[in-house]
Design a protein around this ligand. Structure first.
Ligand SMILES: *Cc1c(COP(=O)(O)O)cnc(C)c1O
Length: 741
């Protein structure tokens, strides 16, 4: 590390360039994290007797969560002392019972004296059961945490209340008349979540033994820093590539062999009991439990993840449920994914992903996130990355390519309006597939990337739906939709549902497949296409065939796609991680323009998937008819899904339809569908006319605001030529990162 001074700041540009070599640098950052933030790991080998080593295992949780009894069992299992702060520290220090002390001195002084006693106390190689109120005293917690790993016993509040009644606990800190135990527990959570390294998510009815085992397993996962790796969908067993971790795949986006990254061991599964605990939880809480399981704490510590989730899913969404589920007709439930700042489901991923990205990338070099958009991704990426801190915005920027004539007027205005200090959009006289290809070419051109690194200390990355950190948060809303069905009493946990999703790049529907892997009982994945129905044909015949197909422009432009990237992830899963097969299929697609799935895999695929498509006229009529029947306006993509669900879903279970955009993004078609003859050019006027229908859902306020605020900025134009695109990128980098030096 001789290149950096103490705060990791590099002063010499050339040195920085040499350090910005993607792989080595990220490895280094992960290594540094593992020796600084996780010093204990080295001492903790995987056998039980050495689990604790010289460090302590610190149990934290609310009163009644079982810290003392679990601590005793763990002490026995691990062959080490079990220390209870109440009995062994406080009562001995004070020479009186804790409840007497509390009665004597009152809450505030109690906390102070409790903290002081803990500050004087030290131990090693022990299991320590904290008191429920220790985490309210920061300095003593810092002191204690220095020498150990904090395990949070997360017990359902309802279970706690019952236990406390049973145990006849008379008084806890913070309790007075008018304040319920529930209120206290809610408040306490804010303190607990600051300190924990490992969460143990307890289920109703878990006995002490079970919780102790869960503690051990969670600690093992925490230590198993090398166990959760990713592979490329095209990786062949024979070549020994270095392991890829979460941070690597977030930074790299696409694997160097052209494949997509997937978790080597699949997605972790939650038990039915764990899912049931989430039925009453908020969206951000659901996200936290789900994503903690999928992101190793060595990459993103749970407390950091929590902070990110609070930023990602709060009042930047116009609905506090974030992704509400609405019942409008028959057995169809509409999962509204358009309440984010830019009005499409892309926000669900992109209000989250940039923060994760900024956390994972090394602090010493610049990043340019390249993104191709068929409309909605562009504004969502630009808006998402504009939410970063000022410091991060100075080193992370976005370059967005879109087909000049392939997106709606509102979408284009939105993209232009969303270009912040760290974002630029360029329109290309070509289609989406060109944009995607141009970006892929820049990535896989080592000369070009090497040049950018050397000249601008900049690495390229992507925020397209092929990036794992984009796909991952999408699992949450599929799970959330299902949990809402349970919460609304439509089904009990465990009964099946179908999902129906308007599909282009296969990201949204792939996330539903992952939600099923994690334990959400989805029966059929209904893949809805428009007239670009290559996926429908593929699901029916097993042949993915680009030959003779040209991209048709439709009223649902976000799914005007012929090369459905994330399908590769599904095929990899289907083929039992056979990277050779996937490799073969995709090189065949490259050279021959098609591939054919082996018969046995096609049969498997058809057990999961139903594919169908919706014509342009059916789409428009569906919007008109549904508005007539319910007063609700579907966007054009949602309408595609609705038409397909009407046609192919067998009505033996509920179907959750993904509403992927707010209708106002496609105002002209919607107005036409509603029978408006004369449609004004100005998008803002269009939205006002739409609003005069007083429809459900109501107008999208942040979208309206965006169009109103839009200044006279225009977006850049780019020729449909890969080398010109590269020049545009370089010009942008010059304006961004060069002037700094
Ligand atoms: C991006 C988009 C889609 C397609 O989603 P995939 O995950 O790429 O299949 C569908 N509808 C809308 C409105 C979109 O913006």
């Amino acid at each position: 590390m001789s290149h950096t001074n103490e705060c990791g700041v590099i002063t010499n540009l050339k040195q920085m360039a040499s350090l910005c070599h993607l792989h080595s640098l990220n490895k280094m950052s992960r290594f540094l994290k593992s020796v600084t933030h996780f010093k204990l790991r080295k001492l903790w080998l995987s056998t039980l007797s050495s689990l604790v080593g010289e460090k302590n295992l610190i149990l934290m949780g609310p009163p009644g969560s079982g810290k003392t009894s679990v601590g005793k069992v763990l002490g026995q299992k691990l062959g080490c002392p079990a220390i209870d702060v109440d009995d062994d520290v406080l009562e001995k220090t004070w020479n009186m019972s804790v409840s007497n002390k509390l009665q004597d001195v009152g809450d505030e002084q109690f906390l102070e004296e409790e903290g002081k006693a803990l500050l004087k106390f030290s131990a090693s190689g022990s299991v320590i059961s904290l008191t429920g109120s220790n985490p309210l005293h920061p300095s003593s917690m810092e002191h204690t945490k220095k020498n150990g790993l904090v395990v949070y016993l997360d017990v359902h509040s309802q279970d706690i209340v019952e236990r406390l009644e049973r145990m006849k606990v008379d008084r806890i800190v913070g309790q007075r008349s008018g304040i319920s135990i529930g209120d206290i527990l809610r408040k306490r959570k804010h303190f607990y979540k600051k300190w924990y390294d490992v969460r143990v998510f307890c289920e109703t009815g878990d006995c002490v033994e079970v919780v102790a085992d869960k503690v051990i397993n969670s600690v093992k996962r925490y230590q198993g820093v090398h166990s959760e790796t990713f592979v490329s969908t095209r990786s062949q067993e024979t070549n020994k590539e270095p392991s890829k971790f979460f941070s690597d795949v977030v930074i790299e986006g696409l694997a160097s062999d052209g494949g997509l990254y997937v978790p080597k061991n699949g997605l972790p599964k939650l038990t039915a009991g764990e899912w049931k605990r989430l039925v009453k939880s908020s969206y951000a809480e659901r996200a936290q439990i789900i994503l903690e399981r999928c992101i190793h704490p060595a990459d993103v510590p749970a407390a950091v993840l929590g902070e990110i989730l609070e930023k990602a899913y709060s009042d930047n969404f116009s609905c506090n449920k974030i992704a509400p589920l609405r019942h409008l007709s028959g057995n169809q439930y509409f999962l509204e994914l358009f309440h984010g700042p830019t009005g499409s489901f892309k926000d669900l991923a992109l209000q989250f992903m940039p923060h994760i990205f900024a956390y994972c990338v090394p602090k010493v070099c610049n990043y340019l996130v390249l993104v191709a958009t068929s409309g909605d991704t562009g504004s969502a990426v630009l808006d998402g990355f504009s939410q970063l801190s000022d410091l991060d915005k100075r080193r992370i920027a976005v370059f967005c390519l879109y087909p000049e004539n392939g997106i709606s007027q509102v979408q284009k205005s939105q993209i232009i309006a969303c270009q912040g200090e760290n974002g630029l959009a360029a329109g290309v006289e070509s289609d989406f597939d060109f944009c995607q290809k141009a970006i892929k070419e820049m990535f896989t051109n080592p000369k070009y990337t090497g040049f950018l690194t050397a000249e601008y200390a900049t690495s390229l990355s992507t925020a397209n739906s092929i990036n794992w950190a984009r796909l991952l948060p999408q699992i949450v809303y599929h799970a959330s939709g299902y949990l809402d069905l349970v919460d609304q009493g439509v089904i009990t946990f465990g009964s099946p549902v179908d999902v129906c999703i308007p599909t282009g790049n296969f990201g949204n529907i792939m996330a539903a497949v992952y939600a099923k892997q994690m334990g959400i009982p989805i029966r059929k994945f209904i893949c809805a296409s428009n007239q670009n129905n290559i996926l429908t044909d593929f699901i029916k015949s097993g042949v993915y065939d680009l030959r003779g197909r040209t991209l048709l422009q439709s009223v649902s432009p976000a799914i005007d796609i012929l090369k459905s990237s994330n399908l590769e992830r599904y095929l990899h899963l289907l083929a039992n991680q056979d990277g050779c097969l996937v490799n073969k299929l995709y090189s065949h697609l490259g050279s021959q323009g098609y591939f054919q799935l082996p018969e046995n895999l096609l049969l498997l695929l058809q057990q999961d998937f139903i594919g169908d498509w919706c014509s342009e006229t059916d789409c428009v009529s569906a919007i008109r008819a549904f508005y007539g029947a319910t007063g609700y306006i579907l966007d054009t993509h949602t309408a595609v899904a609705k038409v397909v669900a009407d046609r192919v879903q067998d009505r033996t279970c509920p179907v959750i339809i993904s509403c992927t955009a707010h209708y106002s993004k496609f105002a002209p078609v919607i107005l036409q569908a509603l029978g408006i003859e004369e449609i004004k050019q100005n998008p803002l006027t269009q939205l006002h006319v739409l609003n005069s229908f007083h429809p459900l859902p109501p107008a999208h306020t942040s979208l309206l605001g965006m169009l109103k605020d839009k200044d006279n900025r225009t977006s850049q134009k780019c020729q449909a030529d890969a080398s010109h695109v590269m020049d545009c990128v370089e010009n942008y980098l010059q304006s961004l990162f060069l002037k700094v030096y």
